[in-house]
Design a protein around this ligand. Structure first.
Ligand code: FPP
Length: 234
């Protein structure tokens, strides 16, 4: 049995789910948000410690302005809703990403969620929003350079462990990555933390992705042979 601390999901396929049903892409995102709300609750009852959700990349600002505006409003309203619901479910919420380009309203909700759930000890849900894996590595490198200049760290002591501590939330490496919707790529998600993650790609579009399918993927993950560059112990 493999250890499973940190799972990542690239939440993909809301737009295609809607187009298939002659609905607007916005309706797909709304459906995706409802599904995500349920999925998080189910996962919070498992033994998984951290769930990172890729919901908006730094590059997603290239999308049509109407879609970006709709998504930002949806996130803002939805964060307000889950603030009440998750606080009492012992779920702790974190965010990874750059706040610079985000609207003040969404930042307010993000900060409130982080604050209200700060003392919770159960599942950590890390929303990756305006997030890019390369941006995260560049941001960590800038902080390290600044700490070297200010004599807070000695460059000779810099190693992978210390580098990891400068990433957005210093989370453990990803064990398992799931991407919905059939695309088989990483799209700039947690490049540092993914080093030895097991990858699973499903054709299911996100609004149809159930906890049952998630649990089946976890079962398959458990049977995978993780070697981390070593040899099989058997
Ligand atoms: C990465 O592919 C996928 C994401 C960053 C997820 C995008 C999902 C949304 C914008 C909707 C989330 C909404 C809710 C309500 C949960 P990419 O599209 O950034 O990159 P690609 O072009 O390589 O596929």
């Amino acid at each position: 049995m493999n250890e499973l601390k940190h799972v990542g999901i690239i939440v993909d396929g809301n737009g295609r789910w809607a187009t298939k049903r002659n609905k607007s892409r916005s309706e797909g995102h709304l459906e995706g948000s409802k599904n995500l709300e349920k999925l998080i609750l189910n996962i919070s009852e498992s033994n998984i410690k951290v769930l990172s959700l890729y919901v908006f990349s730094t590059e997603n600002f290239k999308r049509d302005k109407n879609e970006v505006d709709y998504l930002m409003n949806l996130f803002t309203k939805w964060f307000k809703i889950i603030n009440k619901k998750y606080k009492n479910k012992n779920i702790k919420i974190l965010f990874s990403g750059r706040k610079e380009n985000l609207d003040k309203k969404i930042i307010k909700e993000i900060e409130s969620l982080e604050h209200e759930t700060n003392d919770n000890t159960g599942l950590i849900v890390n929303f990756c929003l305006n997030y890019g894996g390369r941006a995260e590595i560049v941001d960590a490198t800038k902080k390290i350079c600044s700490d070297v200049i200010n004599d807070k760290i000695n460059i000779n002591n810099l190693d992978e462990k210390i580098f990891g501590e400068y990433l957005y939330n210093n989370l453990p490496d990803l064990d398992l990555l799931i991407r919905t919707s059939g695309e088989q790529r990483i799209s700039n998600f947690m490049l540092w933390q993914l080093s030895y993650a097991e990858l699973f790609f499903t054709n299911t579009l996100f609004p149809d992705f159930t906890y049952e399918e998630f649990a089946n993927i976890v079962n398959s993950y458990m049977k995978r042979d993780r070697r981390f560059g070593g040899t099989n112990k058997n």
